[in-house]
Design a protein around this ligand. Sequence first.
Ligand code: ASP
Ligand code: MG
Length: 482
Amino acid sequence: MKVYKFGGASVRSADGVRNLAAVVAAELGRCEGSVDELRLVVVVSAMGKTTNALEAVVEALMAGDTARAAQLLAVSESYHRAIAEELFGDVPERVGELFAELGALVASGAGCENTENQTISIEGYSDAPVASGAVPDAVSGDRAGRSGGVSGGQAAVRCSGAREYDRWYDAIVSYGELISTTIVSEHLTRVGLANRRLDMRRCLITDARFREAGIDFAASELCLRRETAGASEPVWVGQGFIGATVDGQPTTLGREGSDYSAAVLAYLLDAESVTIWKDVEGILNADPRIFPDAVYIPELTYLDAIELAYGGAQIIHPKTIKPLYNKHIPLYVRPFAEPDKPGSVIRSEMAAPIDVPILIVKHDQALVSVRPNDFSFVLQERLGEIISHFESNRVKINLIQSSAVNLSLCVDNSRTLGEAIASLDGSFRVVYNDGMKLLTVRGYTPELLSRYEDRQGVFLMQKTRRIMRVVLRSDSLDEKTG
Ligand code: ASP
Ligand code: MG
């Protein structure tokens, strides 16, 4: 059994959905034996730029502009309806229902931005994935017993305080994947490919860290098994990116999280491989828009891949590798437009080592310098404390460097950075530069090293024998121009 993941670009149009069906059909044709058992789990992202569009809906709603939220939603609805009409000549009832739910949800959000304890109700999403008692206590512990947020055929999301935005975000944005999988599953059915559509809110159980939820593997395994008990279809179709808490609140796994969903499902189901179908030929050693000499890498180890993804390469979600590594499941990255090409493979063994440097740029960074006011040594006495201020404000740290009484951190310049800095204020002196980028080079050459050593705009540089990392101003020269 294999897992195939199709990203947003691969299903952005009716032709994309048809191509997906052709790729699925080809795989089933290759399978030997009977097809009344599972062959393929198809994980699908939201169509095209739908996640961005739904993010804009949330943004408008949380800014109190309900009319604009409704208007933006209508644009997304027409986009999906046009694809459905092109595929089916009509719009499947379930697609209409999902938009009705979403519309009602958005309408119910009016005034939420300044209301404590607002409840999000999702009609039709009938109960929590883990009903009380459905999962043995050993797995769900005390939490299954507290599945009280759900009643009367609705999933309820209680909003209050700082997490309000993120809960609304997950409740609304998760519809992108619910709608795409409905259309994909319907199309597969109509072209004769028997499949079962799964609701991942009932299969992947997560913590309540909205927008960046963590998977509970043990609970998910049980829920997935329960949801698919007796399934005889050769293909399952499930949403990437989404899950739910044990008491039924929808969650998302972080932007581009569908890759991670695919890896988690592969892990839970002991898949033989995962294939990510993308709009590129495979994995390149650098972004060709920045480094024109970029070359395609046919094979990578899990270690290379995880460093690459964490360093900011846009190929796969950084969390994807761990579950695959733990079960030695290979990951293929292949071009959906040319399904006969081999693409790249990530696995533990490599036929030959990579002989080109891998260059990754992470944009929108800030370089923050933190010094204890009382001159205590940062590493021995204050490290954990400083880090916790960033973590609790959900600011991602990408690089650290220390001296006696100073800690420099290169972090994502996210919405909450100001709060993290404010929370350090009082005990620490904090200065920072935004407008930075972080370049990671794996397997650097002497030429690359010297190219950056004296470059203008370089604020910090680190190197080990294999990896070089440079924090530099965003507007400093790229390879293309410099
Ligand atoms: N649809 C989500 C996003 O655009 C998840 C994904 O595509 O992996 O971020
Ligand atoms: Mg994507």
